[in-house]
Design a protein around this ligand. Structure first.
Ligand SMILES: Cc1cc2nc3c(=O)[nH]c(=O)nc-3n(C[C@H](O)[C@H](O)[C@H](O)COP(=O)(O)O)c2cc1C
Length: 200
């Protein structure tokens, strides 16, 4: 299926989710400072079907600067960075709700306002043939990958900010992401893996 078709098919469901969850934003101000974590470390969280955190490992708690009791049961957007385009999360939810995995570069915001980039692998968790939750493992991304993705995300965000209505915003930036990939002649997965320096 083409990227555009995939994007359209999951769009309304995604928009509902984005809207439902947008009220839970943290309101933490980014300080402009960044942190990173070890190449041998993995940040792990699990969520329920609504994206509420059900498990967070010690690396997550250290890097995002939370105590466990502060995150369990909270929506995952507590670490949402305002510079992240909605289109990326739209794609993420579309894929995992359809039972597929997705890899994505995500800029996150810790509770102290410090940001940290991750290369995330997000998957559905299955039980008895049904999706019962979601799981994400993140590694530290290459600096070169972050430098490449930052202007792309900035372009998507700028497109979203041209639209006051969240539905129009996510439609427009999703379409823009599709055009960027088409121009580069790659699928989303190929793009992501080319940045990671691995083969698609
Ligand atoms: C397993 C899983 C892991 C997620 N990890 C992150 C994450 O690390 N950072 C993030 O901002 N959103 C993450 N999300 C997406 C959030 O649920 C949410 O869609 C996103 O933060 C956008 O927030 P908004 O709806 O307020 O715009 C994750 C979702 C799932 C299901």
């Amino acid at each position: 299926m083409s990227f555009d078709r995939v994007a359209e098919s999951g769009l309304s469901r995604t928009v509902r989710l984005v809207n439902a969850m947008s009220g839970a934003r943290s309101g933490i101000r980014p300080t402009g400072r960044s942190r990173t974590f070890g190449r041998d470390e993995v940040i792990v969280t699990k969520t329920d079907l609504q994206g509420r955190i059900t498990y967070a490992n010690d690396v997550f708690l250290r890097v995002a600067v939370y105590d466990e009791h502060e995150v369990i049961g909270r929506p995952h957007n507590i670490i949402r960075h305002p510079d992240m385009p909605r289109a990326v999360f739209g794609l993420l939810w579309q894929e995992i709700q359809a039972g597929r995995e997705i890899f994505a570069y995500v800029n996150n915001l810790a509770s102290d306002g410090v940001n940290y980039w991750v290369f995330a692998h997000v998957t559905p968790t299955w039980a008895n043939g049904r999706i019962v939750g979601y799981h994400s493992n993140r590694r530290v991304p290459d600096l070169g990958a972050v430098h490449t993705i930052e202007p792309v995300y900035a372009q998507l965000l700028a497109e979203e900010r041209r639209h006051s209505h969240p539905v129009r915003a996510i439609e427009a930036s999703t379409a823009l992401l599709g055009r960027v990939l088409d121009d580069a002649g790659v699928t989303y997965d190929q793009f992501v893996w080319s940045l990671a320096g691995a083969s698609a």
